[in-house]
Design a protein. Sequence first.
Length: 276
Amino acid sequence: MQTRTIPSLTTFALILTIGCGDAAEPVGTAGEPAAIINGTPTGSAFGAVGALLYDFNGNGAVEGDDALCTGTLIAPTLFLTAGHCVAWLPPSAQLYVSFEPSLAPVPATFISASGFAYDPLFGVSQANPHDLAVVHLPAGSTAGITPLRLPTAGYLDQLAVGGALRNALFINVGYGVSANRTGRPAFGYDGLRRQSTSLFMALTPTWLGLRMNAAGTGKGGDCYGDSGGPKFLAGDPTTILAHVVTGDAYCRATTWDYRLDTPAARDFLGQFVTLP
């Protein structure tokens, strides 16, 4: 386990990779909805889903365009996100978390994190990237927010055996950008926490695959900045089954989400929370 304390910060260039959920410079997209694909603002719903922020320009102010990734409160002092959101940061990086439904132009409230940890096996294997991280928050800083639950071991496998995933609908929640549906790829950002739904596509020992072709399914998906954002089975918005890790570069077709019910995920998470 790599645990880092975070007292201060220097300015770093933000690198955009093709994995859906990595942070991106906001780009206006005329005529297209902003934020999570084909989604709607959550308002006060999903209050345990927050944004992970980092002062990219080093000006000492936390602003809406400092959003790095999405994540979820899983214990009063523990915020779950994706490993690739933090693995590139220096040991001195100061992170912040906000649970506000809107980050723009600045979040009304935010929490200064006290440290973070990511799975030491992150990036070792493409088959299982161990793409998990937790951000530590000060005691008492999340009062009034109810943490969400992690799944039991093999929960998605059990649903698959029973046929419950065949036509299942999943809920995506995040602060990320949106993608236009046709033409040259462009991505819009408005700082709002949004939700959308995606249809089940596939299940592997590591991944939950969802379809997010809005034109073909009428549903939605996720994109850059939604990494670490939770996936819920429709009808149960309190149990996080997976979180965003990757997808197609244009955010138009598929999303692949890292399962939280596997032995690898539970081995890491069990160091920080009591697992169901």
